[in-house]
Write a protein that binds this ligand. Structure first.
Ligand SMILES: N[C@@H](CCC(=O)N[C@@H](CS)C(=O)NCC(=O)O)C(=O)O
Length: 302
């Protein structure tokens, strides 16, 4: 790779070497927990609770999608969706333990095991939030229309989210909020793309109640933790003002409607390990845990 004006690069004078080499921490916050190789870094088995579904996760937007779905399934009467949710502290490197890598070779939350698959066979491993949502929707016959047209539209928006959100999280969020230095080029590039995506969603929601039509589906559950929270200014400090998210009135209307759902409210605090103590349920093993095991309740008992 050649560059005619290395003084214009950042840092000034930087030229990519012939061969890139890794130095611990050279990707800033979050990259410091990662490295350019895959596989287990420690030997550590995963706990297994009493329920058929075992979730290993953290309440980031990707994790919240799945706990929203599980709570919606339970609220709709699908008792087979009972689950144990175990906390995976990605800042501490839990995702590189051998047990976790066995469930997700990509070392990212969320990951899940189904110990009671429909065919009665061996447990099934699940990773990638979109795959988990689709698996659950098919297993329980819920939140994914069976009509081919409606189903196609739900899948369109589910895959839209999976493909688009990395530009929001890994692009805009990273460079605006987390990078150790503010780089205008990067912030401009990803702010524009994030606003473009919000506009895509806003236009789509102009004449529909939910993202895929008049049914609440896994596409809504996947999109809300990313774009709903961003519109409601619950994602990155000051990002609502910076991106003027209040202008996306259809997204806001939809985001508020979903935020009022009791199952969504429960889902987003499962495996949450930051923020207000009353909104942190580190592990979830029973429906009653919401009443007794949030961090404020645990502190009050101590
Ligand atoms: N496409 C994946 C993305 C999962 C993902 O990026 N998870 C992040 C947290 S939101 C993670 O586990 N990061 C840990 C790491 O990068 O080491 C999905 O949707 O499941």
């Amino acid at each position: 790779m050649t560059d005619k004006s290395p003084e214009n690069n950042f840092p000034a004078g930087y030229l990519p070497p012939e061969v890139w080499t890794w130095e611990a921490g050279n990707g800033g916050q979050f990259a410091s927990i990662n490295r350019p190789t895959a596989g287990a870094q420690t030997t550590k088995e995963l706990p297994v609770g009493k329920h058929p579904l075992q979730l290993y996760s953290l309440a980031t937007p990707n994790g919240q999608k799945v706990t929203i779905m599980l709570e919606e399934l339970l609220a709709a009467g699908h008792t087979g969706a009972e689950y144990d949710a175990w906390l995976i502290k990605i800042g501490d490197g839990d995702q590189f333990g051998s047990g976790f890598v066995g469930v997700n070779p990509n070392s990212k939350i969320p990951a899940m095991m189904d110990h009671a698959p429909k065919d009665g066979g061996e447990p099934i491993r699940l990773f990638e939030s979109g795959s988990i949502l689709t698996y659950l929707a098919e297993k329980f016959g819920a939140f994914l229309p069976t009509d081919a047209r409606a189903r196609a539209e739900a899948m369109n928006w589910l895959f839209w989210q999976m493909g688009s959100a990395p530009f929001v999280g890994g692009g805009f969020g990273h460079f605006y909020a987390y990078a150790p230095i503010k780089i205008q080029y990067a912030i401009d590039r990803y702010a524009m793309e994030t606003k473009r995506q919000l506009d895509v969603l806003d236009r789509n929601l102009a004449d529909r109640q939910f993202v895929a039509g008049d049914e609440y589906t896994i596409a809504d559950m996947a999109i809300w933790p990313w774009y709903g929270k961003l519109a409601l200014d619950q994602s990155y400090p000051n990002a609502g003002t910076f991106l003027q998210t209040g202008k996306y009135t259809n997204v806001l209307r939809w985001a508020k409607e979903l935020a009022a759902r009791p199952a969504l409210k429960r889902g987003i605090i499962v495996n949450k390990a930051n923020g207000a103590p009353s909104e942190q349920l580190h592990e979830r093993h029973d429906a009653s845990d919401f009443e007794t095991k949030t961090q404020d309740k645990i502190a009050a008992k101590a």
